[in-house]
Write a protein that binds this ligand. Sequence first.
Ligand code: 4AD
Ligand code: MG
Length: 463
Amino acid sequence: MQSVGGAEPILFVHSLFLSYIFTVSTINSHSDMARVYIEELSKHVGEEVAIRGWVYNKRSSGKIRFIVVRDGTGLLQCVMVKGMIPDDVFNHFDSLTQESSLTVIGKIKKDDRAPGGYEMELSNLQVISIAKEYPITPKEHGVDFLMDHRHLWLRSSRQHAILRIRHQIITAIREFFDNHGFILMDAPIFTPAACEGTSTLFETDYFDLGKAYLTQSGQLYGEAGAIALGKIYVFGPTFRAEKSKTRRHLTEFWMVEPEVAFNDLNDNMELAEEFLEHVVASVLKYRSQELKTLERNTKFLENVKKPLPKISYTEAVDILKKKGISFEWGNDFGGTDETVISEQFDRPVIVHRYPAQVKAFYMKRDPQNEALALAMDVLAPEGYGEIIGGSQREDDYDTLVKRIHEHGLPQSAFEWYLDLRRYGSVPHAGFGLGVERTVGWICGLDHVRETIPFPRMIYRLTP
Ligand code: 4AD
Ligand code: MG
């Protein structure tokens, strides 16, 4: 790679400019200068600062040169005028390519027309590395091309906005549970058995112990935690060998799973709505700029306040039928069904009491109707579909043993889980929220592939 002054600081000699001598000393010692990031510039108006970053774009007009620099926190337009700064500094402009790394030094002034609202009167510039011809140019690229260059695509404004919102969502999730007395409990990733059905298990050899499976959900371990500590949350990566190529499925995704001893289905639904309200409010409060970058209409997000509408599975089926969709009671909703149901509401809707036959083995049945599981899904509005799945858990030992056998699961792998019913069993409930689906909904994206830095899908393992 061509490098201008990459290893050694560039020394400029020019005796005419007193201010320039000052700048040279600044450049040589810029590592001593307080680190200033573009997002903090409002506190540095009128000061001379050094910003380290990359060339976002550049243009010239007569004797004026504009370099827009990004530093990961924002964009800053830097301006230099020929004759006002040393020629050797000015001439760097021609060699700068998109994504070249550099340090820019100059005085900050407020300028509402500039991207980000501030501008730098550039007095010096140090090139760190000249970038080769950058593959991602402002022209339109196909999704596959961008996904192949995901490691570079992450540098764009849109991806910055999404990743910052993802960060905010994760911060708000932790904040909510931490402030409500939940203890974070990490669950293992190698597990001996299925949790959410055997058809989506990733299998691997595990030394002399036979097969291990990548976890589909930390829930079963979370239940042990809830009985031990009262209320806990598991937060980690989960894996599903999903064969579906839909806009909602990843093979690796992050899930947060609260679990609370003595909660029933109603408590669980109330926890979910209070939790969602907090997460969405936090994004609206702290990431409005990013939502604007994504041109997100926040109307429906502002409606996310408890109580959320709650309908039974059977009522949801009626909605489908009224919309002319042929659907047989007892089946699970497909993506399109969820879209149609959620489109009837201007905020997330909670659907409860699903047919037990489409739900997992650990769900408690409804004492009013044994055909139903005390399950709940939260469907996001605007057609985003399921973002939360949860339930009250079966707490009776004999019933749970029966369910394990009905689902064809090996009882031996679940003996520890059955212990939770042998020793001080209590009613308990919890749910799992998929981080990527939530990011997709809040950001208004049409596919989950952009919601995680490096998505894993059935047809994508790189970069
Ligand atoms: O509904 P699921 O399968 O529920 C569970 O795993 C329960 N054990 C959770 C619990 O009760 N503790 O998954 C929960 C959520 C879904 O609502 C969805 O948001 C997300 O995880 N999810 C996926 N996200 C992306 N790609 C996939 N393949 C997903 N599968 C589930
Ligand atoms: Mg589900």
